[in-house]
Design a protein. Structure first.
Length: 161
């Protein structure tokens, strides 16, 4: 019995260590320098993550044109290399809204409500108008989604200190 447990533990330890050993190191600053002109997310050692477009990079640091929810800032912001903890590729999303996602969520909620009403009903016929619940839900969801904006999104991790 102890041989089986020892073998099982050895297999588990070896298979859990394999992905870490095969993982590509992400501490290559040269990969960050190749991102000039592309959308990035930068996390500093303070824990603050900033999104923007990488304007220039050298061995001492990077310069990023920062973005907020509405657009790009008019001036570049420098980050010293020693204060940068992580750099990702990013996707800047200005003015994109969640209308489609809200409509799908509302339609699903309406469908769930229709099933709930139909299962609670003690009628031989289905309640009138239950078939329209998903349509009503989609309309309400799209309306709510139209007022919520999407945030910027991190992509592939390029650099980690």
């Amino acid at each position: 019995m102890s041989k089986i447990v020892a073998t099982l533990l050895s297999v588990v330890l070896l298979t859990s260590a394999a992905p870490a050993a095969l993982a590509k190191p992400t501490g290559d600053w040269g990969a960050v320098k190749n991102l000039a002109g592309q959308e990035v997310a930068v996390k500093t050692k303070d824990g603050v993550t900033s999104f923007g477009i990488l304007r220039s990079a050298d061995d001492s640091g990077i310069s990023v044109l920062l973005a907020d929810k509405h657009g790009l800032a008019p001036q570049e912001t420098p980050f010293r290399r020693d204060e940068v903890e992580k750099v990702w590729r990013a996707r800047l999303r200005f003015g994109e809204r969640n209308t489609r996602k809200g409509a799908w969520i509302g339609a699903a909620a309406g469908l769930g409500a229709a099933f709930a009403v139909a299962s609670l009903g003690r009628h031989e016929d289905a309640p009138v108008g239950v078939g329209l619940f998903p349509v009503y839900g989609a309309g309400v969801g799209a309306f709510v989604g139209a007022f919520s904006k999407k945030g910027h999104k991190k992509g592939k991790l390029i650099y980690r200190l």
